[in-house]
Design a protein around this ligand. Structure first.
Ligand SMILES: [Zn+2]
Length: 136
């Protein structure tokens, strides 16, 4: 059953990202000029200013870089507190904010290997698959 979530990001380029998630792929942009991998989605490279950006599937592997537990209800009943949030340093470089899946922050260790998983969610626009991370 789909988990109700706050609205997903829907700026320019985000549609491609969410389509990748629907296909079980984590698509991250890569700059065709300098090789930088920006995240979240941008229109021009943060490093060199080029707009030669293309989405590429990354491995979905990474390491736990940080974590916190939210105790304040920013999203009302959609995200009942407390809930855990993590930052994953993807193997390809970008840092990705997400939620842990199958473990709690009480078990978190700095540098712990994690891998992406996609869970069925739903927001006001309908169903989508959200990338979360589990122990690798
Ligand atoms: Zn660049």
């Amino acid at each position: 059953m789909a988990e109700k979530r706050p609205p997903r990001a829907t700026g320019p380029g985000d549609e491609t990202f969410w389509q990748g998630c629907a296909n079980g792929e984590l698509l991250i942009q890569k700059c065709g000029v300098c090789g930088h991998r920006p995240w979240p989605v941008v229109q021009t490279c943060e490093q060199c200013g080029s707009d030669a950006l293309a989405f590429e599937a990354v491995s979905g592997m990474g390491k736990l870089a940080s974590w916190c537990t939210f105790a304040r209800p920013y999203y009302g009943e959609l995200m009942p507190v407390p809930y855990d949030t993590i930052i994953v340093e993807l193997d390809e470089g970008p840092w990705f904010i997400s939620n842990p899946n199958g473990f709690a922050n009480a078990d978190a260790q700095l540098g712990m290997p994690v891998k992406v998983a996609f869970i069925d969610c739903e927001d006001g626009q309908g169903p989508f698959r959200l990338p979360v991370f589990e122990k690798a």
